[in-house]
Design a protein around this ligand. Sequence first.
Ligand code: FAD
Ligand code: SF4
Length: 254
Amino acid sequence: MVPFVLEKANDIEAAIASAVAGGRYIAGGTTLVDLMREEVERPERLIDINALPLRDIHVDGGDLVLGALATMADIAAHPDVQRLHPMIAESLIEGASPQLRNMASIGGNLLQRVRCPYFRMLDAACNKRNPGSGCAALEGLNAGHAVLGTSSHCVSTHPSDVAVAFVALGAIMRVRGHQGERSFAVEDLFRLPGDTPHREHTLLPGELIVEIRVPSAPYGRRARYLKVRDRASYEFALVSAAVALEVEDGVIRS
Ligand SMILES: Cc1cc2nc3c(=O)[nH]c(=O)nc-3n(C[C@H](O)[C@H](O)[C@H](O)COP(=O)(O)OP(=O)(O)OC[C@H]3O[C@@H](n4cnc5c(N)ncnc54)[C@H](O)[C@@H]3O)c2cc1C
Ligand code: SF4
């Protein structure tokens, strides 16, 4: 692992200022530390954001609001989540392992990196890790890769389960940067690989995910997440689908 400096952020503005200056946020560390060990990621400065007040899970005007530091386990077990949007709990429980879910934050989940094996092999061609080097997965092991939205530069897919549920439910994320706050659909966080697969998301440098807001909707309770994978647990999806239906008198309205 390449040496790095670890600093603890005690307030949001200080954390953002540090990230704008080149630091990297760390929450549960279940993605980032793995990648640092393998030297795929080499941040020089980590900003531990775990002391920030971003863990709350509550209902606001009918919307479900999830703080960015709420863990996968806490969200899945929360009674308001199970009551209003059981599909979110379902998609979280289908992911990772109990130990990981206890550590992993929902903000970090959305920003986890791809599971393509070549991304993690420093001697393999990978445009995402090393732009311009090629894509070993095109002719290599690619059973878990994407069939839609691919490009000739990268065929990886985003591994988050709950992101699929959030997109189906029209969830909105609130982020804060040094120029203030903005909100946008979770769907708009993710970029297709195109010819710049190393650019994975639409956050600006230093922007911090503050919360995810899932709008109140009747279809929230009539929704399912289905994940197909090589083994029954502790495995990423080969394919998954999230569906939410609004049904009135036996007729699907939306
Ligand atoms: C063995 C294994 C199996 C897994 N299986 C699954 C699975 O089946 N399904 C699934 O969905 N996931 C799975 N995961 C992924 C897991 O859910 C993620 O590792 C976890 O959610 C990441 O959260 P974290 O808090 O640990 O993130 P970190 O590792 O702390 O951070 C990840 C990234 O997010 C950034 N970040 C974190 N918080 C914020 C914030 N608030 N604002 C801005 N940037 C932020 C960090 O800078 C970093 O780039 C698996 C992981 C492992 C190791
Ligand atoms: S699919 Fe993407 S992540 Fe995998 S080797 Fe190709 S460029 Fe790299």
